[in-house]
Design a protein around this ligand. Structure first.
Ligand SMILES: Cc1ncc(COP(=O)(O)O)c(C=O)c1O
Length: 420
């Protein structure tokens, strides 16, 4: 067997072989370069090989790679304090002993269950909150569940605030936020009567870049308080500057009971995730949620370096400016390109909704465009693991204005060639 070929890799992989990357670019083995509009797995907030992150990891590697998380270390103490200082004020504790976003979400749920003595979790239609068995069971996509004999946890999926395709057929100016109001009916008639938490992304990452309308989170917070349910914000995609604020919660003015982080926290790819929790959610026994490679010291050093870069008003202003530019330029395409049904997003979390000639959502055309994007020097991923109709544009946050224009030039050329 050729030691370089992928025949021993369990899962199918693309023919494309990546050999390097720097900034917003990745390179393949044929020397082609692409702007990575997916920031790898939406996690390279600072792009490929950011020097501050790489140096922090090297320095920490020289000092200490691993110590069991039951001892304290300077770097974990510092990262915990830093995250709490940046977070919405109700969140006073950081739990970093998780192995990724999925186990961060599971930990936040356990905390809510422990605090309330209740069991079930509400998630939204189309939502993706991870791929452990429990998180797959809470997915808002049936295709996530159908191939696995899941050990389900009590979960309930409810309509998302997707105004363009409102589940209730309403218009935003007159709906009275039925998508929150009707949750009381779900609790009464469809739940087990024992609901511990609502787990929701501020803007759906995988579900189609759905941005909730004004007032959604205020009303959801109110409903949670009325029914004694804990509100967990999954900021695994939206957090750490992605929306032009440190956390998307700031855009919506919402105070959650817990928030989960992952992906972008590692800056240039360090494996780090965590849970931020309120006092009320403290007290989950240490051994009830603890993973060997959680609270990893090299990753925590990378996270601190990442926060140093992102927690800067100038840096976040650039995320808002480049994001606004992309939104404006892509929106300007709509009158001449019927395949573009909607362009929406906040900061550098942007989605372009693709429809067929009859105006129907088309995952086929969406996947085709994502595939052809490579010919135009762009890596673009689609919503709902290829089952959705949204092209996701989420480049690294270090994007310059010139690079933002380049993405738009290439994207327009792609749609004019292969769209309609
Ligand atoms: C919103 C959201 N939550 C949770 C997860 C799961 O994170 P991880 O893959 O690190 O387990 C993801 C991953 O795609 C995600 O997008």
């Amino acid at each position: 067997m050729n030691r370089d070929d992928p025949s021993a890799v369990y899962y199918p992989v693309s023919d494309l072989r990546i050999t390097g990357g720097s900034g917003v670019l990745i390179r393949d083995s044929d020397g082609r370069e692409f702007i990575d509009c997916a920031s790898a797995t939406f996690n390279l907030s600072l792009g490929y090989g950011h020097p501050a992150v790489i140096n922090a990891m090297k320095e920490q590697a020289d000092r200490l790679v691993h110590a069991t998380s039951s001892f304290q270390t300077d770097v974990i103490n510092r990262l915990s304090a830093r995250l709490v200082s940046l977070a919405p004020k109700r969140l006073t504790k950081a739990h970093l002993k998780v192995s990724g976003g999925s186990t961060a979400n599971e930990g936040a749920i356990k905390m809510a269950q422990h605090a309330t003595g209740k069991r079930d979790v509400i998630t939204l239609f189309r939502s993706h909150v991870g791929q452990t068995m429990a998180m797959a069971a809470l997915s808002g996509n049936a295709f996530r569940k159908k191939s696995l004999p899941l050990v389900g946890i009590g979960g309930l999926q409810v309509p998302d605030p997707y105004c363009l395709r409102c589940f209730y057929g309403q218009q935003r100016d007159s709906c009275g936020l039925m998508c929150v109001d009707r949750l009381a009916d779900f609790l009464e008639y469809a739940s087990s009567g024992s609901v511990a938490a609502v787990l929701v992304e501020p803007i759906s990452g995988n579900g189609g870049n759905v941005v909730p309308p004004d007032g959604y989170f205020a009303k959801l917070r109110e409903l949670c308080d009325t029914f004694g349910i804990k509100l967990i914000l999954d900021e695994i995609q939206t957090g750490i500057g992605r929306t032009g604020r440190m956390f998307a919660a700031e855009h919506f003015g919402v105070e959650p009971d817990a928030m989960t982080l992952g992906k972008g926290l590692g800056g240039s790819g360090a494996q780090v995730a965590g849970i931020l929790a309120s006092d009320e959610l403290s007290g989950l026994p240490a051994n009830d949620h603890s993973f060997t490679y959680g609270a990893n010291l090299m990753s925590a050093a990378a996270a601190l370096a990442t926060l140093d870069v992102i927690d800067d008003p100038g840096f976040l202003a650039n995320v808002r400016a480049t994001g606004a530019l992309i939104l404006e330029r892509l929106n300007a395409l709509r009158p001449s390109l019927r395949c573009v049904a909607d362009v929406r997003g906040v900061g550098l979390m942007i989605g372009v909704e693709i429809v067929d000639g009859e105006g129907r959502p088309s995952s086929e055309l969406t996947n085709f465009l994502a595939h052809r994007a490579m010919d135009f020097g762009l890596v673009i991923r689609t919503s709902r693991y290829g089952q959705g109709n949204v092209l996701k544009i989420r480049p690294p946050l270090i994007l310059t204005i010139d690079e933002a224009h380049l993405i738009c030039d290439r994207f327009e050329a792609l749609l004019r060639t292969h769209g309609h």
